[in-house]
Design a protein around this ligand. Structure first.
Ligand code: M3L
Length: 280
C-alpha cells in the first residue's frame, strides 16, 4: 500500500504544451484582405493554458507508473526497497520493471493525454469578441465530444504510439536513474538528495531524448481525428511527416522537452525516494 501511496509523488510532473508538434497553420489571407479581429492581450497565463487537467491526471498516471515499477521490481528481485542498497537489482531487472510500468501507464494515460493534446491545440482564443466559440469548452466537454463524434475507441486514438513511446523509454528512464545513483553513491549507502535530484533530472532528459520522435508522431495521430486528416497508421504518419518536413520533424520540441524534463523528474524522484523512505 505504502508503495502505491508513495507513487503519488508523481503528481509533480506535468507535460509541456503540444502546439509545437503540429503542422504550421495556413496563412490567413493577404495583408489587404485581412480581417480586423481583436486578439486578446497576451498574458503570462498563456503559458499555463490547459494545465489544470494534466496536473490532476498526472497524479493518477504517475501512481500507476511508479507503483507498477516498484512492485514489478519486488516480484523480480524479491528484495525490499531498503535491502536493495546492499543487494542492488540487476539493470535487466530494472529495465523490465520500468518497461512494465511504462506499458501499463500508457493505457491509463492515453485518454488524458488525448484530451490534453486536443485542448492545447485549440487555437480559438476564448476572449475574442464575436469570434467562433472554442470547439471544446473544457476537459469534460472534450471527452464527451470525442466519445460522441469518434466513439469510445476515439478516446484511445494514438494509444499505440503512446505505448511504443513509453514502454522502452521508461525502461531507459529507470536504468539511467539507477546507474547515475550508483555512480555517485558509495556501496551500501542511500543516495544523497543532491544525487537523487541530479540522477532524476538526467534520467528524465535521457528518456525524453529517446521518446521525442514517437512523441511527435503520437501527437499528430491524436490530432488526426479533429483535422479530418486520416493516417493509415503509425508508419504512414511517420513516412508522410518525414516526406513533407524532412527528418528534423522527429526532433521537434527536443530542447523544450529536455529543459522541462530536468526539474520535473528531479523533483519526482526526490519525492518518490522520500516517500518510500517514510512509508516503505
Ligand atoms: C517516457 N517519457 C519520456 C515520455 C516520459 C518519461 C518521464 C515521465 C515524467 N512524468 C515526465 O513527464 O517527464
Amino acid at each position: 500500500m505504502s508503495r502505491w501511496v508513495a507513487c503519488f509523488s508523481g503528481a509533480l510532473g506535468w507535460e509541456a504544451s503540444e502546439r509545437r508538434y503540429q503542422l504550421p497553420p495556413p496563412r490567413r489571407g493577404s495583408a489587404l484582405g485581412r480581417e480586423k479581429t481583436r486578439e486578446p492581450t497576451p498574458t503570462i497565463l498563456g503559458f499555463f493554458k490547459g494545465m489544470s487537467f494534466p496536473i490532476a491526471s498526472i497524479a493518477v498516471v504517475n501512481s500507476v507508473l511508479f507503483g507498477v515499477y516498484s512492485n514489478a521490481l519486488l516480484a523480480l528481485t524479491a528484495t525490499s526497497h531498503h535491502e536493495r542498497r546492499l543487494q542492488p537489482p540487476s539493470y535487466t531487472h530494472v529495465f523490465i520493471a520500468g518497461c512494465t510500468g511504462g506499458f501499463l501507464q500508457a493505457y491509463c494515460l492515453a485518454p488524458f493525454d488525448l484530451i490534453k493534446v486536443r485542448l492545447q491545440n485549440q487555437t480559438e482564443p476564448r476572449a475574442r469578441q464575436g469570434g467562433p466559440p472554442p470547439r471544446y469548452r473544457g476537459p469534460v466537454h472534450c471527452a464527451a465530444s470525442i466519445f460522441q463524434e469518434e466513439g469510445p475507441r476515439g478516446l484511445f486514438r494514438g494509444a499505440w504510439a503512446l505505448t511504443l513511446r513509453d514502454t522502452p523509454t521508461l525502461g531507459i528512464y529507470f536504468v539511467s536513474y539507477e546507474w547515475l545513483c550508483r555512480q555517485a553513491t558509495p556501496g551500501g549507502q542511500n543516495p544523497s538528495s543532491t544525487t537523487v535530484l541530479v540522477a532524476g533530472g538526467f534520467a528524465g532528459i535521457t528518456s525524453w531524448v529517446t521518446a521525442t520522435p514517437l512523441d511527435v508522431i503520437k501527437s499528430r495521430m491524436q490530432m488526426a481525428g479533429l483535422e479530418q486528416r486520416e493516417y493509415q497508421g503509425l508508419l504512414d504518419c511517420m513516412v508522410s511527416s518525414a516526406r513533407q518536413e524532412g527528418l528534423g520533424v522527429f526532433f521537434r520540441g527536443l530542447t523544450i522537452n529536455s529543459a522541462r524534463a530536468f526539474p520535473v523528474n528531479a523533483v519526482t524522484f526526490l519525492s518518490y525516494e522520500y516517500l518510500l523512505h517514510l512509508w516503505g
